[in-house]
Design a protein around this ligand. Sequence first.
Ligand code: FE
Ligand code: ZN
Length: 515
Amino acid sequence: MDMKASKKLGLKERYTLMTRDLAWTPTYQAVKDVFPLTEYEGIKIHDWDKFEDPFRMTMDSYWKYQAEKERKLYAIIDAFTQNNGHLGVTDARYINALKLFLTGITPVEYMAHRGFAHIGRQYPGAGPRVACLMQSLDEIRHAQTQIHSLSNYNKYYNGFQNWRHQHDRVWYLSVPKSFFDDAVSGGPFEYIIAIGFAFEYVLTNLLFVPFISGAAYNGDMGAMAFGFSAQSDESRHMTLGLEVIKFILEQDPANLPIVQAWIDKWFWRGYRVLTLVAMMMDYMLPKRVMSWKEAWEIYAEQNGGALFADLARYGIKVPKGWEQACKEKDHLSHLAWNTFYSYGMAAPFHTWAPSEKDMEWLSAKYPDTFDKYYRSLWTHYAREQAEGRRYYSTTLPMLCQICQIPMIFTEPDDPTKIAYRESDYKNIKYHFCSDGCKSIFDLEPGKYVQSWLPVHQIHQGNCFPSDVDPGKPGFNPLAEVLRWYRISDGIDNRDYADSPDKQNFETWRTQATGN
Ligand code: FE
Ligand code: ZN
């Protein structure tokens, strides 16, 4: 037998045989009936084979790599759990950043899984179809590994137990939820620009680097391990996002204005979701990595700036809201944490006013704004609290119809004035936090009048458990909403200073380090 005949295939040949060659052109059915969603968004693709998968990964090698990563991850989680790793974190305030992650981010990883499975099915080209299939599997793995890594904390701390239930109900979670609902209800091309490009490529570093470095700085091996395990997937996702946008733009000049409008929209939507990350970085980490402002300067202004300079040759411009986002870097985290502090009874994690030392750090990082606009607010809250009047707002805020964040943002050029925008549609007024959110509404009002706004829903009586009667004397709407949220009042929520989490952590740590 001639051994030379069975020579090993090169990477490219192997990839072709095992991906492109597995696809075929249907003959019993028309292509447009098999892939019915590829035309209505107006994107024109002439030759799907022009898409080059940057990784040329085949399914068998995909499983091999992923299995290896899983083995390492679960070994680390095991070691962390068995060593009482939860007592090694800086202090239990840190754990609230994880509750924010589990309630806000993990469920949208799962949505990303569903979204990529859906669009993978809808693309007529075999290259993008295989890439989307792999990303879809990555995303469900991310959701699972996050749940597993964080489950150890659930044994010891409050606020982790109802994350799935809460994701569809609690006010601040409708911010990431509506972001993904919006994306998966777009067409397959809008979805890939929204998630693959605007989110994965432009913004993802501003989500994962802060959380994972935060974990590293605060002694949390559990979250660090899932972060590292996801990192190599992440670089594949970023590359897919970039390749897809270039492919779409190269296919037909008519695609440019459609793609630009999506970049404008999804940059702004993604950026608004990152408000939660900004406050986590500046206020929730006992040991901080860098400020939101510094992260924005590195990952958005420098990296993003270079990216858009590169895309300029396709005619792509910097997204519409870019300039405003850069102006807001000095304000975002302070406005957000103030909101969570004031509504600290309505979230399943703890809040607190920054200490004197924390404020020193904040004024050093925000020399132009912290002392001038925000310090007095925290000093006031701290004084009130010391006198037994911890401030909790008992009114409900107006929400932006698009990003669903309370109207907390200030005018880009006047930080003393709340920004309000509005549009009329079919004789009803809709409210927005910014020009960015207003213009998203104005392009597709029929879509966004359907938004499930948590505050509107409370006012309409849709957020109470089914056994209550709002007409009964003594009816307490806040208590009933919390019950519907499955937040145990006084345990999962309110100030860290008064929490069982704090008390337990201190007791356990004393036991672990003394006699
Ligand atoms: Fe992911
Ligand atoms: Zn908004």
